[in-house]
Design a protein around this ligand. Sequence first.
Ligand code: OGA
Ligand code: MN
Length: 278
Amino acid sequence: MDAHPIAGSLGAEISGVDLSQDLSDSVIGEIRSALLDHQVIFFRDQNLTPQRQLAFARRWGKIHLHPFMAGMPDCPEVLEIRKTPDDKRNFGGSWHTDQMFAPQPAMGTILYAQQVPSVGGDTMFSNQYLAYEALSDGMKAMLSRVRGVCVGDKKRGGVSRMDYNAATIAMKTVEPPKDLQTTSMHPLVRTHPETGRKSLYIGSHVHYLEGMTESECAPLIQYLRDHSVKPEFVCRFQWRNGSLAFWDNRCTQHLAINDYPAETRVMHRVTVRGDTPF
Ligand code: OGA
Ligand code: MN
């Protein structure tokens, strides 16, 4: 197995692994090291059924079911992300980290390209260790005491995310369970449970900061969102059919670029459950 970085910031292409096979614990261990070293890893030319992708994902932990989006009928743990020429908007089109609104957000996401446009439809990733480390000592000290209020069922401004999705994308939504927790508070600076490194934990789900008025926290949230995705922290991945990306949601953000209006893009996604951020 070899890892080839695709940028100075984060991201590496891994060669020499066939993810459709039953992988040994030692190969899984090597993949884990690569993920921890590079934050997002990419595999090319994979040939995976939804069931095989799911089998690979299960090696990392329990599977997280999306509370608002419908899984594939014959394999509900796999979410098909589909954008057609009729869709105005794409899924994941703003900088975010997955399921930040949940008390225990996703540890990782495994996204497999089924059908990509002839050009465009890349995904960008940002290294949140670097974003944290680049802050001044004064800002780091201030943020170390602050928690973000992360909201899943509404857009900023209060529009229901279910209504927004239903109006702008063709992907099927589901009614979430009545007792689903859709708002959670998480530290803005989180410590990675495996590497012990600190990273900035910000994304589009952060609507407020604990204990501050909206007019106090809005400019700070905007500053942190802009800062967290500076060019020197990001990489951009160009998909081909059969490419697979595995990212660590605990120390990255990502964004799907919506630049292929007349074409279709189909991806299969499995998300692995994570721990309570600290
Ligand atoms: C996701 C997501 C990005 C993409 O699956 O969580 O944001 O490029 N997808 O489709
Ligand atoms: Mn996402």
